[in-house]
Ligand binder design. Structure first.
Ligand SMILES: Nc1cc(-c2cccs2)n[nH]1
Length: 239
């Protein structure tokens, strides 16, 4: 998979080259390109935005600059992702979709947005997703790209050491992950639940599912109504 990011703050994406993602690059599992949008400006001031038609606060990013940048960075098999608070929710399901793509390009705009014609023009040639990572407002799309790239790249085969942890993700069965414990057995007078030390894996699996159902019902009840038909057995429903 190749990922490209277009931004006016390329240094903001430096963390993509660290740790797990850095190792994935070194191992040739992914290629990452980070591009400074100002490289496509033509005026002496290297302007990337301008005042919004219709008035209002802030600035809107210029279509010409973005159009030229995307013409160069996007290819035949590109899926374009534009982070915005006005986008569709970024979910684990969408992360899996992105992990199957050959080429993702992330366009980092500012909060007031990129001229809509950039998205409309790109959509003539490629799939374009305007995506939100949550109902809060950032200053720019860069932090959202770091979040999405991490969620996507960790799903690629070979990236995570223990293959099980990607499949056993929170949300992989539509539920939140329950509590986890490690040594010592007692810490500050708090003991690890007995069942986890029983060695009885049927009981352990049951206990873990019960805790996941309880936590989901308590923190994200709306996820329960989205579970596929028949996901909950009679034991689950008795909780
Ligand atoms: N979810 C989300 C995305 C954003 C921004 C994307 C680009 C500028 S601000 N804020 N919140």
């Amino acid at each position: 998979m190749r990922l490209d990011v277009v931004t006016i703050f390329p240094e903001y994406l430096d963390p993509l080259r660290a740790a797990l993602l850095g190792r994935a690059i070194d191992r040739g599992l992914i290629e990452i390109g980070v591009h400074d949008l100002r490289d496509w400006t033509h005026d002496v001031h290297r302007a990337v935005d301008d005042a919004p038609y219709g008035g209002g606060p802030g600035m809107v990013m210029k279509p010409q600059v973005w159009g030229d940048a995307l013409d160069d960075v996007c290819g035949e098999r590109t899926r374009l992702v534009v982070p915005t608070p006005a986008g569709r929710p970024f979910t684990q399901e969408l992360a899996h979709e992105y992990a199957a793509e050959q080429h993702l390009v992330f366009a980092c705009g500012r909060y007031e947005g990129i001229d809509q014609r950039v998205i409309d023009d790109a959509a003539r040639r490629m799939p374009v997703d305007e995506v939100s990572i949550g109902d809060y407002v950032l200053v720019g799309g860069e932090a959202a790209v770091l979040v999405m790239v991490e969620a996507v790249v960790r799903l690629l085969p070979g990236v995570l050491g223990n293959a099980r942890s990607a499949e056993e993700d929170s949300f992989s069965d539509g539920l939140l992950e329950g509590p986890s414990y490690t040594r010592p057995e007692v810490w500050r007078e708090l003991a690890v639940p007995e069942v986890l030390r029983s060695g009885n894996h049927a009981l352990i699996d049951r206990w873990r599912r019960d805790r996941a159902l309880e936590r989901t019902a308590e923190r994200r009840p709306e996820l329960l109504s989205r579970l596929p038909e028949g996901s909950l057995d009679k034991h689950d429903l008795a909780l």
